[in-house]
Design a binder for this molecule. Structure first.
Ligand SMILES: Cc1ncc(COP(=O)(O)O)c(C=O)c1O
Length: 493
């Protein structure tokens, strides 16, 4: 599908043909006022504030009861992460969050913690760096894209928070920008902060607008962990200990083209929600002909079709929207993760007036204190502009990673069952779960961050960013080749 909206590079402006707003121009320059006032906008790497407390003091002694410590300069509430002491961090995580979180973090960083990042690389507290092919799809633009950080910084200095009584121009412009990005075919926008927000709002709207309650979701699908979104998520792993969730959901199979027509015939289905490419399920595309049949049948039965592209959309899989590019008749596209440029949290339901009708009639039917947060919305035009600027590079990377992974799969065929994916979302599927585990261990040691698939433990997910150079991709594939070789000699299949 042609991309009808044009994003003007370098200006943060997306033109819809119906007018354009210049929001947060894409420039990292500090204003003279900032310089005159000596405002600390972004400390240069390696510079140390003389007043910054030294967290290393805290590391010298064990951490017997961190929870009762006062927040004084030796134990600051907001330590400068550039010289974080890993053991202090793990101690705090154990004391105040979860011992398992501390353990998995220690394992992923081989005892070090993340302290900084730029582009495709993450710096660690022990001086090493790792290539980031993970971050659960958030850092599509890499870390700290300068256009996005400049836009957010500017908003921070002007008005980061909305009164929510007065109208906010940054939020309004972001909504126009996002609708234009999808060609104006889905003109209504609801902003949330997390993907789960967008999933829940789309389901709530579908139920209200249709007067029906049941929702169809897909086997293997992942839509979040808040109770409503969790009802749609397929794997029982994420529902352990809960006796059901609040939404009446029927899961259908991606190999069953007639499922929507059959279920919808009962007359109680409000929506069908699907990921065109299932991310958490191992980067598995659903066959376009099945999606075409489902969405056609949904429309025929008055069922809203919702494409959850929180992971696969915004060019992660090549297209602005996979569903729209396939020509599917969807009522909503859900986006999140990289929507805030990998810098701030932001998600959205982008939908038809029919689905949005309950909110158009009563905007307070669903709202949240931080919905449409100006700081997050300021990032959106800069993020979409940057994604478009890097789209051609992304297509080249996509071709290269697919070819590289297929070569590795053939070379290590005893261990690797296959590779699946699209664009910059790939899964390497192993013959047995412990092979995947062994490879993740080796990758962590050799300096490659990946995202495991919790509900499909045989698959290791690779999510390179648009900031990745071809040399970095070759480096990552070399690391993976080495890990597969080591695992191959250690693992019995
Ligand atoms: C397709 C999809 N939908 C929804 C979600 C939930 O998003 P969040 O974790 O931001 O709530 C995710 C998260 O991984 C996702 O991949």
């Amino acid at each position: 599908m042609a991309d009808p909206a044009t994003v003007s590079p370098g200006t943060g402006t997306v033109s819809s043909g119906t007018g354009s707003d210049t929001v947060s121009p894409d420039s990292g320059a500090r204003s003279p006022a900032d310089r005159d006032a000596g405002t600390a906008i972004s400390p240069e790497p390696g510079t140390h504030s003389p007043t910054r407390p030294d967290t290393r003091t805290a590391a010298a002694t064990p951490d017997p009861a961190p929870s009762v410590r006062p927040a004084h300069p030796a134990h600051p509430a907001h330590p400068d992460t550039r010289d974080a002491d890993a053991d202090v961090v793990f101690g705090r995580l154990r004391a105040h969050q979860s011992a398992k979180l501390a353990l998995t973090g220690r394992f992923a960083g081989r005892g070090a913690v993340e302290t900084g990042a730029q582009g495709a690389r993450v710096q660690l507290s022990d001086g090493r760096s790792m290539l980031d092919f993970g971050s659960y799809a958030v850092t599509l633009l890499g870390h700290r894209h300068p256009g996005v950080t400049a836009a957010v910084r500017r908003q921070l200095d002007v008005m980061p928070t909305s009164t929510r009584s007065l109208a906010n121009p940054v939020t309004a412009a972001a909504a126009e920008c996002l609708a234009a990005y999808f060609g104006g075919v889905l003109p209504k926008v609801y902003f949330g902060l997390n993907g789960s927000d967008a999933v829940e709002v789309s389901v709530k709207l579908a139920r209200l607008a249709s007067g029906r309650d049941r929702v169809l979701a897909v086997n293997g699908g992942f839509h979040g962990k808040t109770l409503g979104a969790l009802a749609l998520t397929h794997s029982p792993l994420f529902r352990a200990g809960l006796r059901g969730c609040a939404v009446d959901v029927t899961h259908i199979d991606a190999a069953d083209p007639g499922a929507v027509a059959r279920e919808a015939a009962r007359g109680d289905v409000a929506a069908v929600v699907f990921e065109p490419v299932q991310g958490e399920n191992g980067a598995r595309p659903i066959a376009p002909e099945v999606l075409r049949r489902w969405t056609r049948d949904a429309r025929a039965h008055g069922v809203f079709a919702v494409a959850d592209e929180i992971q696969c959309g915004l060019r992660r899989c090549g297209e602005r929207s996979v569903a729209l590019a396939e020509g599917l008749a969807v009522d909503a596209v859900l986006v999140g993760k990289p929507l805030g440029g990998g810098v701030v949290p932001l998600s959205a339901v982008v939908c038809t007036p029919q689905l949005y009708a309950p909110l158009a009639a009563d905007p307070f039917l669903h709202s949240a204190t931080f919905g449409g947060h100006p700081l997050s919305c300021a990032a959106l035009p800069a993020a979409l502009t940057a994604i478009e600027e890097r789209a051609a590079h992304g297509a080249g990377l996509a071709t290269a990673i697919e070819a590289g992974l297929r070569t590795l799969a053939a070379r290590h065929s005893r261990l690797v069952r296959g590779v699946t994916g699209r664009g910059l979302l790939w899964g390497v599927d192993f013959a047995v779960p412990h092979a995947a585990g062994e490879v993740v261990v080796e990758l962590a040691s050799a300096g490659l961050v990946v995202s495991p698939c919790l509900s499909r433990p045989t698959t290791v997910r690779l999510l390179p960013s648009l900031a990745t150079t071809h040399a970095q991709l070759a480096e990552a594939l070399g690391i993976l080749d080495g890990a597969l070789t080591l695992a191959g000699s250690a693992v019995t299949v």
